[in-house]
Design a protein around this ligand. Structure first.
Ligand code: HEM
Ligand code: CU
Length: 619
């Protein structure tokens, strides 16, 4: 399977790094002789593979922090009467006489949500795999602009530093929830976390959005311009379709959050009243008039809803790829998969107000948003059906990546169903701001996106590091996590239906909720165990980078282009010419074929016995 196919049309318009032929030998040269300094190679690198690893490792660090915060607030919810003296050395003044400070509790949930949604599942997931896979799977030497790509990581890094520092502020980090609704977020005097912590949050988010936009423009340009010869849009792996559409979603919605954040900064620091009106503090009227806190919600959710798809679509793409590879079957309904991604992308812009059914909006408007929201169930169901049909009668290999992908489908179904419940305004009015919503989005987004992330790491680790992750540890990690998330989030539906509100520090003051005392303990225990199970993965990850079994070029017998590169691809990805592409990425178990997979770069002329009638005419 020599990869030295014609190169002349390696359509590498523009960007210097990726010019075929000319630059490449130079790059190989660089690599072998270490002319690049350590700093250029590993720190301020413009190589998409290094940048991907930077995103991944930063994401893992954030996930550990985000998980620790949730363990802390679950301790409080599970054992509200107990004291936690042993935490005093770590939490300082946030814990008094063993009791968590209620305002610190709000800071914990706010930072947990912010970190998980943006820093782990957006930057860590999408940033890692868009960077790693786009050039490798479309057949490009690097991103369109390596420099912008590097900036994208370093803006994320700067944003991370600001957010991290805010954890240690005297008055604590932001505490208005990950959705930072005003007036709580707009009035620095409201609660301690509304002060400097909120300012840091906004500055960090602004930097984060710059990072997202730099990355997104680059991904889009790369996919449009740098595909190798033969790689038409209809031969793209679904991963790339997902990353491509995700980048478009980000590009169109993050700027709206940016403007909302900017206006909020003005309200906080420069006396404007975009989001404030008629506010009284301790009987004293504030001068602000004319603004609307609901306006903020509209701006926030105009990003916020697409954001949940920014988080989930890359995972969907990777899961599609991994399911087909390990079921040894073509993905079922390739075009329907692309169509449903397109459908979800379009719809995701016109449903945002389903987060706002209780804001007093006109019920007619509510019913329009309800209608549009429920339509999303259609493309979501198409995808689910196609994943299941791909598995159906497949020759399934239960690799760790495959287990996590199947887990993804399971969680997406379990969490998606309750979306349909919440999408009904009449039901949502009862359920809004209860644990039912928390259960919904932790299954459908939190857990399933994490499963997509894990699936991706188990599957592409060999290409990233040239070594394999340990599969036995992978199984342990999978089962503990899979059982863990269901044990944590299924019971939450139950307490949510009973009206248990989210973001409450203590429920002991409410008689009707004391019946959930045991259930809350159970959820907390399961959550903390599931959190500690993640260290199996973290150990496996760092151990295997150095000590894992050595990988081969194509350990999963996969069809896509990244597996035609050397075990650890160098700068420029292919030592010789970039292979041209002749077929779609899902030629698994083709009748009449010599093997159960035919890579994308193999021409039909070499596979006569397996060609379908119309494929015979194509060469
Ligand atoms: C059939 C599809 C879905 C429908 C109809 C749906 C509907 C809803 C509705 C109506 C809410 C608002 C509940 C409330 O606050 O009262 C909501 C919350 C949420 N949904 Fe979904 N959803 C669906 C799928 C998804 C998916 C796929 C994701 C993420 C990948 C997601 C993530 C979220 C998040 C993060 C929230 C809560 C945000 C917050 O208030 O903090 N949903 N969903
Ligand atoms: Cu939404």
């Amino acid at each position: 399977m020599a990869a030295n196919l014609p190169t002349q049309a390696q359509v590498q318009g523009g960007a210097g790094v990726t010019e075929p032929g000319i630059s490449h030998d130079e790059h190989a040269h660089h690599d072998e002789h270490h002319e690049q300094s350590f700093l250029q190679k590993y720190v301020f690198s413009t190589d998409h593979k290094v940048i991907a690893k930077q995103f991944l490792i930063t994401g893992i660090i954030w996930a550990i922090i985000g998980g620790t915060l949730s363990s802390l607030f679950r301790l409080q919810l599970g054992w509200p009467e107990s004291t936690f003296e042993w935490l005093s050395p770590f939490l300082g003044k946030w814990i008094e006489a063993g009791k968590l400070n209620p305002e610190f509790y709000l800071a914990l949930v706010t930072m947990h949500g912010t970190i998980m949604v943006f820093f782990v599942l957006t930057a860590g997931l999408s940033g890692t795999f868009s960077n790693f896979l786009i050039p490798l799977q479309i057949g490009a030497r690097d991103m369109a602009s390596g420099f912008m790509n590097m900036l994208s990581y370093w803006f994320f890094f700067a944003s991370s530093v600001v957010m991290f520092v805010s954890l240690f502020l005297e008055t604590g980090p932001a505490s208005a929830g990950w959705t930072i609704y005003p007036p709580l977020s707009a009035l620095p005097q409201a609660i301690p976390g509304s002060g400097a912590g909120q300012t840091f949050w906004l500055v960090s988010m602004a930097l984060f959005i710059v990072s997202q936009l730099l990355g997104g423009v680059n991904y889009i340009t790369t996919v449009i311009n740098l595909r190798t010869q033969g790689m038409s849009m209809s031969k793209l792996p679904l991963t790339i379709w997902a990353f491509f559409l995700t980048a478009i979603l980000g590009l169109l919605s993050f700027p709206v959050l940016f403007s909302a954040a900017l206006l909020l900064i003005f309200d906080r620091s420069f006396g404007t009243s975009f989001f404030l009106s008629d506010i009284y503090i301790a009987g004293q009227a504030l001068p602000n008039t004319g603004g609307s806190p609901i306006l903020f919600q509209h701006l926030f959710w105009f990003l916020g809803h697409p954001e949940v798809y920014i988080v989930i679509m890359p995972a969907m793409g990777m899961v599609s790829e991994i399911l087909a590879t390990n079921a040894r079957k073509p993905i079922f309904g390739y075009r329907a998969m692309i169509g449903s991604l397109l459908g979800i992308s379009l719809l995701s812009f016109i449903v945002w107000a389903h987060h706002m059914f209780v804001t007093g909006m006109n019920p007619f408007l509510g019913s329009v948003f309800m209608f549009l929201t429920l339509i999303i169930a259609v493309p979501s169901a198409v995808k689910t059906f196609n994943w299941l049909a791909t598995l159906w009668r497949g020759n399934i290999r239960f690799t760790s990546a495959m287990l996590f992908s199947i887990g993804f489908v399971s969680l997406f179904i379990a969490g998606g169903l309750t979306g349909i419940v919440l999408g009904n305004a009449a039901l949502d009015i009862q359920m809004h701001n209860t644990y039912f919503v928390v259960a919904h989005f932790h299954l459908v987004m939190g857990s399933s996106a994490f499963f997509g992330l894990f699936a991706g790491v188990y599957h592409w680790f060999p290409k990233m590091f040239g070594r394999m992750l340990d599969e036995k540890l992978g199984y342990v990690h999978f089962w503990l996590t899979f059982l863990g998330v269901y044990l944590v989030f299924l019971p939450m539906h139950y307490v949510g239906i009973a009206g248990f509100p989210r973001r409450y520090y203590a429920w002991t003051g409410f008689d009707s909720f004391s019946q959930f005392a045991d259930l809350n303990k159970f959820i907390s225990a399961a959550a903390i165990i599931a959190f500690f199970a993640q260290f199996v993965f973290i150990f496996n990850f760092f151990y295997s980078i150095f000590r894992g079994r050595r990988a081969t070029e194509n350990p999963w017998n996969s069809t896509t282009l990244e597996w035609t590169t050397p075990v650890v691809p160098g700068h420029g990805n292919w030592p010789g010419a970039i292979p041209a592409v002749h077929r779609w990425p899902y030629d698994y178990s083709k009748p009449g074929a010599a093997e159960d997979f035919i890579p994308q770069h193999i021409p039909y002329s070499q596979t006569q016995s397996s060609n379908l009638p119309y494929e015979k005419e194509m060469e």
